[in-house]
Design a protein around this ligand. Structure first.
Ligand code: CA
Ligand code: CA
Length: 582
């Protein structure tokens, strides 16, 4: 009885707060939907992958600025330990005195945000037969209420109690034996955990799923290849696209399009934005047509899982130019008209700006040195002007003739997220200049086996660099400044109100640049390659910056000739946290 009275009193208090215009309080239970939507503005925490549902990776904090960043020093470092020192691509989550980071091999750690002491560690028990294509990475967790949630390499999503690290629920996204895996950070919208899947090199079918954050029960599922049926609350909810419109025969059944980088959410338009990966197999001669919705950006209704619009960056992709790159909502005035836009630096080497309300093409500009496969994007159709000699030809009975293609299949930009500064109006794009010899081969689909029908050798194309951090003006498509790096850049970017841009290098440095000029202002050697995404927050009146260090990811697995640029870099696994020296 007493409990009931207390609960009803609590309800009345919450109602009074709502009526007073205050945001809903978490009631001691942790972040709410409203907290997640407000993450970009709340400087005392980092609650979402991307530092806000729109994933702009911009913090208004300016205690650390271009004038004093040279005084940034370590507050502490925390090792992930074990023998699994490789591929730390995660972005930390910071909440209520705890830093949550995921580690390679599907591990999740909770560290004290003031001391770096470990509170708990969760190790997923992975089957031996998992098939991650591109290292054993994980990019981050999602937080909601009393839970911290992440995806695992055996294509599962796991919710843990954020205080204890104990499992609350654990659900399968897809069958790892067919080649599915999962590495992206989930996003949480309206009490739903939204995830994609990985495995585009195995002829899987990309999909986006929404689950009840409290139970893990499936709410809707949307396969992203035409012909496949979506579901909503256990019932059929319409076929994706139109069966056989852009795929011939049964090829859509193993069509790829893995949604392996997760998505962003725009509260203003109530749309989820997910990129989709390469069509399967890579050998494009085996699948005539545009192969929708591969290598595309999709806008999905989070309430139903229905696709509202699509924009395909590489129709009939023949180079593994996965279109998975993050689509970042932003607002700008174009030709005197204020517009709701979104930007994406695609693996194919072009930086796209679209009207995010309807997917309409606004502009596309090259952000890399070379695009050998297309001579620009047709502004009327939004389609690439293909250079036919740049497509690897059909093979005979064996290996086909190689062609040189740039960017390489690892892309003008791969998974590593760019950042958008509301102050400068610029996007900061971690990019790479490289090419490849690519050829086609015969291939037949076999469940659980690589389904490429292609081979490749990656090559540098410049004397002095592979990596390049580029500041792009989305209104003009111009590169305002660039920082060149010897080894390929593979880490995420952060920008702040202190006129700063932070990113890591494989050579082991976390670096800070002047956001307006690109001048390098500070660097710190972390002891291993930095391929994680930095974050910043305020705690006890001081601004902190954190990043994961630990070389790995796809580059050292597939590096070819470019491996010379990073052959002496050691592996690792540590969280580094910085603040200004007093
Ligand atoms: Ca926040
Ligand atoms: Ca791919």
């Amino acid at each position: 009885m007493k409990g009931r009275i207390l609960r009803s009193l609590g309800g009345a208090a919450a109602l009074a707060l709502v009526m007073a215009g205050a945001p809903l309080l978490a009631q001691g239970n942790g972040p709410t939907d409203a907290d997640l939507m407000n993450d970009a503005a709340s400087t005392g925490d980092v609650l979402t992958y991307g530092m806000g549902p729109q994933a702009q990776r911009f913090s208004p904090l300016k205690q650390i600025d271009a004038a004093n960043v040279a005084k940034l020093v370590p507050a502490f470092a925390a090792s992930l330990g074990g023998e699994k020192q490789r591929g730390q691509e995660a972005q930390p989550i910071v909440y209520d005195g705890t830093i949550y980071v995921t580690g390679s091999y599907s591990r999740l750690f909770a560290f004290d945000a003031r001391t770096g002491e470990e509170k708990w560690q969760y190790d997923a028990r992975l089957p031996d037969a998992i098939m991650p294509c591109c290292d054993v990475v994980n990019r981050g967790a999602a937080i909601y209420g009393d839970k911290i949630i992440f995806a695992t390499l055996d294509a599962r999503v796991v919710a843990l109690n954020r205080e204890t690290g104990k499992v609350v629920w654990n659900k399968q996204i897809a069958d790892y034996k067919e080649g599915y895996s999962a590495t992206a950070a989930p996003i949480i919208v309206k009490g739903m955990v939204i995830t994609g899947n990985s495995g585009g090199e195995f002829g899987v079918v990309g999909a986006v799923e929404a689950r009840d954050v409290n139970t893990g029960e499936l709410i809707w599922r949307r396969p992203v290849i035409e012909g496949h049926m979506g579901t909503l609350k256990g019932k059929d909810n319409g076929v994706t696209g139109k069966t056989n419109a852009t795929w011939q025969g049964d090829l859509w059944k193993t069509g790829g399009g893995a949604t392996w980088l997760g998505g962003t959410y725009d509260p203003e338009t109530n749309l989820l934005f997910f990129g989709t990966g390469n069509p399967a197999p890579w050998n494009s001669h085996l699948r005539p047509g545009d192969n929708l919705y591969t290598s595309s950006t999709l806008a999905i209704d989070p309430d139903t899982g229905v696709i509202k619009w699509h924009y395909q960056t590489t129709p009939h992709d023949g180079w593994d130019f996965d279109g998975v790159n993050e689509f970042i909502p932003f607002d700008a005035t174009i030709n005197g008209k204020p517009m709701k836009l979104g930007a994406k630096a695609d693996r194919n080497g072009y930086f796209y700006v679209l009207d995010r309300t309807n997917g309409k093409f606004i502009s596309a500009s090259k952000f890399v040195m070379q695009t050998s496969w297309a001579d620009g994007i047709n502004p009327k159709t939004g389609r690439p002007n293909y250079i036919e000699a740049g497509r690897p030809p059909a093979p005979g009975a064996e290996k086909g003739q190689p062609v040189f293609a740039s960017p390489s299949f690892l892309g003008g930009k791969n998974w590593m997220p760019m950042a958008y500064s509301k102050d400068t109006g610029l996007f900061y794009v971690p990019s790479n200049d490289w090419g490849m010899d690519i050829w086609n081969e015969p291939i037949a689909y076999k469940k659980g086996a690589a389904y490429l029908g292609a081979g490749f050798t990656i090559k540098p194309i410049a004397e002095d660099h592979i990596g390049a951090l580029r500041a792009m003006d989305p209104k003009t498509g111009k590169i305002m400044w660039e920082y060149k790096n010897k080894a390929p850049l593979w880490g995420g970017v952060l920008t702040t109100g202190g006129n700063l841009v932070f990113t890591g290098t494989p050579e082991g440095y976390l670096k800070a640049f002047d956001a307006k000029t690109g001048q390098e202002l500070w660097k710190f050697q972390t002891g291993s390659g930095v391929i994680g995404s930095p974050v910043t927050w305020e705690q006890d009146g001081e601004q902190y910056v954190a990043v994961m260090s630990g070389w790995g990811g796809a580059v050292p697995l597939w590096g070819g000739e470019v491996a010379k640029s990073f052959k002496d870099i050691n592996q690792g696994g540590a969280l580094w946290v910085f603040k200004l020296a007093r």
